[in-house]
Design a protein around this ligand. Sequence first.
Ligand code: NAD
Length: 348
Amino acid sequence: MTTPSPRAFVPFVSVDQMMKLINNVGLAPMMQGICDRIEADFRRWPLFDKTPRVASHSEVGVIELMPTSDGEVYGFKYVNGHPDNTADGLQTVTAFGLLSDVATGYPVLFSEMTILTALRTAATSALAARVLAPKGSKVMAMIGNGAQSEFQSIAMQAIVGIEEVRLYDIDPAATAKCASNLEASGLRVVSCASAEDAIMGAQIITTCTADKQYATILTDNMIGAGVHINAIGGDCPGKTELAGDILHRADIFVEYPEQTRIEGEIQQLAPDHPVTEFWEVLTGTAKGRTDARQITLFDSVGFAIEDFSALCYVREAIEGTDFFTPLDMLADPDDPRDLFGMVKRAAS
Ligand code: NAD
């Protein structure tokens, strides 16, 4: 047996280690840290390689690769979306991801991302709401109380300052689970019997439902002037949450238009319907909320740069800790051109 050199080892963050990292840093501070990182990366948006994610669709779901690079570090995420999985005791979304050094192409981090995706999605929602929602927003309706919902609620509390979350799900068991998980959060939690009830008095409405079809979670008459809508669940072709009329009344903010036009709520609109790229609001080249009666919509589908930012956050956070395992993942022969000899020597 040959002993791999230290270069062969890639830090791997397992599910167990990710949970330990989160509990060590604290969920809210970690989402705040990821949010800061996403904001910083969005501010240098033009630097990044960007492409709509590479999706492989089936009757029951989608499997996607989400790559990007800032020229120094390359990253990608593997992620699926299978709305019927929960009926079989499986999750709708699972993911893992990787960062590499652009200079050598060598991976520098390999990580679970099912949990990390929930943190980065919540951090992105909260960043958008902090910029676009009415100032002083205190109440959020949370429609769809599945895996993402508690993370969304706590990020909005930590980053936007909401004090009350109003929950609704077609499955009351999901609402009960979410309410119970948020018990110690300090949020006022109100469980609602309908989406109409959930949006009462809410300045922010988050929709995060999973259904592989054009669903209508919010109808036009439910949306009053001045609210901010954070639409997360519609994130692949044929899967939307909002009635088309709402889109015509709202100012729409997106991550990467080339991807959102395929996957977001705006797939219901003409391909030239005006949208604003959210990064431009952050850099001040585009306007965000300009008046109190404006309806703002963050049509979130999840973009590769958010995963890149989250992975970079984790790479820094695990330094000097034992929240990772060195993984023997790269063949590293003594003579880089003698891969064959390395394999042969292992047999002797
Ligand atoms: P989940 O399956 O754990 O939860 C979805 C919940 O929606 C379930 O509790 C279900 O009962 C509920 N639901 C379905 N139809 C509903 C309706 N008509 N009204 C109210 N509730 C309804 O899924 P999840 O992991 O929480 O993800 C939710 C959605 O968000 C998925 O579609 C996923 O693809 C998407 N997502 C988007 C991003 C992003 O960056 N935009 C990131 C992660 C997940």
